[in-house]
Write a protein that binds this ligand. Structure first.
Ligand code: ADP
Length: 201
């Protein structure tokens, strides 16, 4: 199979968006699973209509958008609701992702998928790039970025797989415990190796 898609994954606050931005500055197209997930439930979308039908309009914010925090709470508390939502959204997300992959033009694509391994999507990529960051640094950076409590970040971390489990699927790893400059050097190195793989085809 032709080398084309690098899935970029990592835990919350590990640095996925930051790393993806560096690839983007190098001219690489980025497909972001979270953006697609948001687009699928935009106001007026069929998926949002189904969510409203199940949970009533109280699942919307005042502006009529999906209240993601409320939905997150519901699925944290109930496996049944999580499964219902996954069954609704995953096929739509997968379809849109495949469409976008076909529209890209760079030598390879970075596909940012926070829950790649959790959702068993690794087979859809040609390589898996894991951003691995020490948990305490993930917590500190996420708290600083989102202004949320230590407990809330810990709760999110607790539903994600462990660093060891994630690393078991990695073809490549970026250790993002150091400076931004160190991370950028590693990205440049990987970019060269991906360009070589893309050239071989
Ligand atoms: P993710 O997308 O994995 O949740 P982000 O890319 O948003 O993580 O990074 C989390 C936070 O940490 C952001 O505020 C980002 O600017 C910061 N950050 C990422 N990498 C580094 C680094 N090497 N040094 C310092 N801060 C970093």
């Amino acid at each position: 199979m032709r080398f084309n898609v690098v899935a970029l994954t990592g835990g919350i606050g590990s640095g996925k968006s930051t790393v993806a931005n560096v690839f983007s500055e190098l001219g690489i197209n980025i497909i972001d699973a979270d953006s697609i997930a948001r687009e699928i439930v935009r106001p007026g979308s069929p998926a949002l209509q189904k969510i409203i039908a199940r949970y009533s309009r109280s699942i919307l914010t005042e502006e009529g958008k999906l209240n993601r925090a409320m939905l997150r709470n519901i699925i944290f508390q109930s496996c049944k609701e999580k499964n219902w939502l996954d069954d609704l959204l995953h096929p739509l997300i997968n379809m849109r992702t495949e469409q976008l992959k076909k529209l890209t033009s760079s030598p390879y694509i970075i596909w940012v998928v926070p829950l790649l391994i959790e959702n068993g999507l690794q087979h859809l990529a040609d390589r898996v790039l894991v951003i691995d960051t020490e948990e305490i640094i993930q917590l500190q950076r996420t708290q600083r970025r989102d202004k949320i409590s230590f407990n809330q970040v810990e709760k999110i971390l607790s539903v994600q797989i462990s660093r060891t489990q994630r690393l078991a699927y990695a073809n490549d790893v970026i250790e993002n415990n150091g400076t931004i400059e160190q991370m950028m050097e590693r990205v440049a190195e990987l970019h060269q190796s991906y360009l070589r793989l893309a050239a071989i085809g």
